[in-house]
Design a binder for this molecule. Structure first.
Ligand code: AHM
Ligand code: MG
Length: 334
């Protein structure tokens, strides 16, 4: 029988043999994974678990919250606040940071998450997920929002969990990308792939085409050329896939290549993009880079951007290296 490596064992090996992660970070990742299991259970129950539909409230971004957005947020907070590994948390669903109560010991890590990504897909039984990113709290007394405003290069762990036909946890601690599949009978995540690589070339792109008329010139040019296929300058046919859940689209790209685009557009020109830098773009960028891909906002490597606020937005182009580099060159040419 092939050897089964649980997430726990993988993390212990990362800690003990490779010296990549201290024990507090190992605990943190175990706790996040446990929270994801609970969210997965809630997602699976669907209409039987009173988790569908709107919560009739708005989040800080002015978006309507679904019941599952709120449930997932609460599950992540409850699971993480008492373990002593965290100083504070930040979430897409909360305006300010959540400082760990002084009833519990304060740890040295900061956790950020999009508790339930792909909210518009919840009620239609399409893949959704949780995205998370971990930073070290800078030295000093107390913790503030300012402590979170670090570039993505400072992440010490990042990952996501996709709730799809399988529940899959994808993780990096800076030693490549590892994939774990939830074994529901055992209740544990089992390593099913290590050292994931994104092919450098691809014939697949992912973009919300309904925004085409609002795009900037470099994006229009890139997609037009893909659409012309064999008859155009690219000389090959492209395929389009768009789930509308970043977790699911990026998971497909990590698995078989492709390019994911969520560019700035003219609908709300004052916003740099739709997706959030710190708990969507940064963790996904690190995973993609660890797998040999690239991630940019068109002009800058996403992970080099120093955020100026918690819920900062960013343009996103990520995936197969050669396609992302082409997008960057189109931006340079204007
Ligand atoms: P969410 O975190 O509220 O779910 O929003 C993020 C999602 C991404 O998963 C997805 O790529 C994008 O929003 C789709 O947005 P739209 O359907 O507005 O183009
Ligand atoms: Mg999201």
């Amino acid at each position: 029988m092939p050897k089964r490596i649980s997430l726990t064992r993988y993390l212990v090996e990362q800690q003990r043999m490779k010296g990549h992660i201290p024990s507090q970070l190992r605990l943190l990742l175990e706790v996040v994974a446990r929270a994801c299991k609970r969210i997965s259970q809630a997602v699976n129950k669907g209409a039987l678990g009173d988790v569908m539909g709107s919560a009739e409230s708005e989040n800080v971004q002015g978006e309507m919250q679904k019941k599952l957005d709120i449930i997932a947020n609460e599950v992540l907070i409850e699971a993480n606040e008492w373990g002593g590994h965290l100083a504070a948390m930040a979430s897409e669903e909360m305006e300010g940071i959540y400082v760990v109560s002084n009833r519990y010991p304060q740890g040295e890590y900061l956790l950020m998450f999009d508790p339930l990504d792909g909210s518009s897909n919840i009620d239609v039984n399409v893949s959704i997920g949780t995205i998370f990113s971990v930073l070290l709290k800078p030295e000093g007394v107390g913790v503030s929002e300012q402590d979170f405003l670090q570039p993505g290069t400072k992440q010490v762990a990042a990952g996501y969990c996709v709730y799809g036909p399988q529940t899959t946890l994808v993780l990096t601690v800076g030693d490549g990308v590892a994939v774990f599949t939830l074994d529901r009978e055992q209740g544990s995540f089992v390593l099913t792939e290590e050292n994931l690589r994104v092919p450098e070339d691809t014939k697949e792109f992912a973009i919300n085409m309904s925004n085409q008329r609002h795009w900037a010139e470099p994006v229009t040019r890139y997609i037009d050329e893909c659409l012309q296929g064999k008859d155009g300058s690219r000389g090959k046919d492209f395929n389009m896939r768009w789930v509308g859940s970043m977790v699911a689209d990026v998971h497909r790209i990590l698995t078989r290549g492709g390019v994911f685009l969520y560019p700035w557009d003219k609908r709300e020109p004052e916003k740099p993009g739709k997706l959030r830098l710190m708990y969507e773009a940064n963790p996904m960028s690190w995973l993609i880079e660890q797998a040999g891909g690239a991630a940019t906002d068109g002009n800058r490597r996403i992970m080099d951007i120093t955020p100026s606020k918690l819920h900062e937005r960013v343009s996103v182009f990520m995936g197969s290296k050669n396609e992302v580099e082409r997008v960057i060159s189109y931006h340079r040419q204007g």
